[in-house]
Design a protein around this ligand. Structure first.
Ligand code: FAD
Length: 373
């Protein structure tokens, strides 16, 4: 069986390693000339990324800093969530390169399209055609494999930009997250004197410059990069084509982190292929992670539509629930925190009134439309 993985990002490489471990040797096609560059990630991963990895992935080899919590800001207010060694700030280039080591990869080869024939698929690239029985699309947020296979089921795209800034950081083990509806920005300490400052926004470059001024963060900008995060739904398989990682929208809808869920998707996919049961991949993924992602995506939708006064009230409720959040909080599985917070009577009342006013707005719009007709 010939398997071609399109995209040698962390998730494509991880699937490659898992298949290799089972005696299946895939070929990877990568458009860039090396793995891990350009970097397009803040590089914050939960400790579980290393603990739950199915291959040897020692965190010490990639870690630049250890994170013991986060300070959450909204306008002039803030609160702090603490948990020792909850996450790491990694060197994404090294991480990706480690995942790619020993794999069969053709570089500077761009996937352009695919065609089905009697024996499998013809993969068209800018360096000629390749043949495969199974294609794995691990080609990131803007996946061409997803589009070529007709698997795009309504994916939304968000833009992110990050600067690496040389500056002095007071508490280098705490991430700062600034909530600004409908998006957010972050200051991730890479070390005592380098911060990764980024934003997800509809106009991220301008918004990030404004944010730097707002938090009065000055210093030399060492690097800049931009990237896309996908949020939404897509099917994961069609015949012998499968998607994984960002290509499959296997990300946390609230924070947009994709490494943890991409790795879980890769494990399920490799397992299904090894058992000759590719057809089970989507079913097993949905059973294990579908609800988790749907809950977080629902909250994300709600968040994007909140009025400032509602956001302010919710922020205050969260601020008074720090102990509960710290106790139930899970860096990778956000539904645990969401469900815990929803038990709070004040939150239930607030959400009830928000949903009621949203319902009234929709109802009002429909009534007006009918009157015009
Ligand atoms: C600003 C920003 C900050 C982020 N911060 C975090 C974070 O802190 N923590 C976290 O967990 N996640 C974060 N993410 C998300 C994370 O970067 C992704 O989830 C992760 O990189 C997904 O890995 P992947 O292998 O699925 O896709 P990618 O890393 O995108 O890899 C896809 C690979 O496919 C290749 N490729 C694409 N198209 C083609 C083609 N046509 N032909 C051949 N090759 C192709 C690309 O060159 C690339 O090597 C962030 C994303 C952004 C944009």
């Amino acid at each position: 069986m010939r398997i071609i993985i399109v995209g040698a990002g962390p998730i494509g490489c991880y699937v490659g390693q898992l298949l290799k471990k089972r005696g299946i040797k895939p070929l990877l096609i990568e458009e860039h000339k090396e793995i891990g560059r350009p970097v397009h990630c803040a590089g914050v991963v939960g400790a579980e990324v290393f603990k739950e990895a199915a291959i040897d992935l020692p965190w010490k080899n990639f870690t630049k800093n250890k994170i013991d919590g986060a300070e959450i800001f909204y306008q002039k207010e803030s609160f702090c969530l603490k948990r020792k060694s909850v996450a790491y700030v990694i060197d994404r280039e090294l991480f990706d390169k480690k995942l790619g080591s020993g794999l069969d990869i053709v570089y500077e080869t761009k996937f352009l399209g695919l065609e089905k024939n009697n024996s499998g698929y013809v993969i068209e690239t800018d360096k000629g055609d390749f043949h495969a029985n199974v294609i794995i699309g691990a080609d990131g947020a803007m996946s061409r494999v997803r589009d070529a296979a007709g698997l795009n089921n309504g994916v939304r795209y968000f833009s992110g930009v990050q600067f690496r800034v040389s500056t002095t950081i007071k508490n280098e083990h705490f991430v700062k997250v600034h909530v600004k509806n409908p998006f957010f920005s972050w200051v991730v300490p890479e070390s005592k004197n380098i911060a990764r400052v980024g934003i997800i926004s509809s106009n991220p470059y301008a918004a990030l410059n404004d944010f730097l001024k707002e938090i009065k963060l000055e210093g030399e900008i060492l690097d800049k990069f931009g990237g896309i995060v996908p949020v939404g739904n897509c099917h994961l398989i069609k015949d012998n084509i499968a998607l994984v990682g960002d290509a499959a929208c296997q990300i946390k809808p609230l924070s947009h982190g994709g490494i943890f869920y991409g790795m879980r998707g890769a494990e399920i996919l490799a397992d299904c292929i090894a058992k000759n049961r590719l057809c089970d991949y989507e079913k097993i993924w949905n059973r294990k992670y579908g609800t988790e992602i749907r809950i977080a995506a629902y909250i994300k939708n709600l968040y994007e539509n909140l009025r400032e006064d509602d956001l302010s009230s919710i922020f205050n409720i969260l601020r008074s629930s720090v102990k509960k959040i710290e106790k139930s909080g899970d860096f990778e599985r956000h539904s645990a925190i969401i469900l815990q917070i929803l038990k709070d009577k004040r939150m239930q009342a607030k959400l009830g009134s928000i949903l009621w006013s949203m319902f009234k707005t929709v109802f009002q719009k429909n009534t007006n439309r009918e009157e015009v007709v």
